[in-house]
Write a protein that binds this ligand. Structure first.
Ligand SMILES: N[C@@H](CCC(=O)N[C@@H](CS)C(=O)NCC(=O)O)C(=O)O
Length: 211
């Protein structure tokens, strides 16, 4: 049985949503970062960074949300959430996954770090405007990539869509605007997926205190 270590309102939603898309059995282990759950010896043995998500699957202990989503998609190729290796679509899939991590989410993460995540003495308010500008530029790149497309790669939903949609929703939740209607429509489509709705319900239940 797979175990996902996660906490509501973190990047572990990506792995949770991926598990729900695939429809495989798993256990959700809540790690309360606010109460030092990432710093316990038990959790640090799984991820010395103390970060979520972590997926444990047999002997495999995997961190990094995009790696987890890609791993899950590769384990269940018949679900068609990742293009075949060595194809042009797989190259495009990789391109968008790396884009999410390196370009789209970094300005959001910078804002979060400098608003609340870093210790107060390391926060620099002046970077917030720059990060907002960088997010808008990355969103424009995404907009161009989605022109005339329903999904980012090929003709079906992939984990690249999952990572991008989660990140756009992150921006929406934190009221970081890009002002691009096509991205709003795309996010609307992605969040109408049943697996998104199920993952959201699970997070809501976990946030209510049930482990
Ligand atoms: N690149 C990592 C980032 C993981 C990450 O920073 N997770 C945050 C929650 S969204 C975390 O666990 N933070 C706890 C900490 O920094 O101590 C991924 O995508 O999985």
């Amino acid at each position: 049985m797979k175990t996902l270590y996660g906490m509501p309102h973190t990047r572990s939603f990506r792995a949770l949503w991926a598990l729900e898309e695939i429809g495989v059995d798993y256990r959700y282990q809540l790690v309360d970062l606010g109460k030092g759950g990432g710093q316990t010896p038990e959790f640090q043995a799984l991820n010395p960074a103390g970060k979520l998500p972590v997926l444990v699957d047999g002997d495999l202990v995997l961190s990094e949300s995009a790696a987890i989503c890609t791993y899950l998609a590769e384990c269940y190729p018949h679900k068609d959430f990742i293009p075949e290796p060595g194809t042009a679509d797989r190259a495009r899939y990789n391109q968008w996954c790396f884009f999410v991590l390196a370009e789209l989410e970094q300005p959001l993460w910078t804002m979060a770090k400098h608003k609340f995540a870093l210790p107060k003495k390391y926060r620099v308010r002046e970077v917030l405007e720059t990060a907002a500008f960088e997010f808008t530029r990355a969103a424009q790149v995404l907009d161009a990539g989605l022109a005339e497309r329903y999904f980012l790669v090929g003709t079906s939903f992939s984990m690249a869509d999952l990572l991008v949609a989660h990140t756009l929703n992150w921006a929406r939740t934190f009221k970081v605007k890009h002002g691009i209607a096509r991205l709003d429509d795309y996010l609307e489509r992605m969040t109408q997926r049943q697996a998104w709705q199920r993952a959201l319900a699970i997070e809501t239940e976990k946030a209510g205190g049930s482990t």
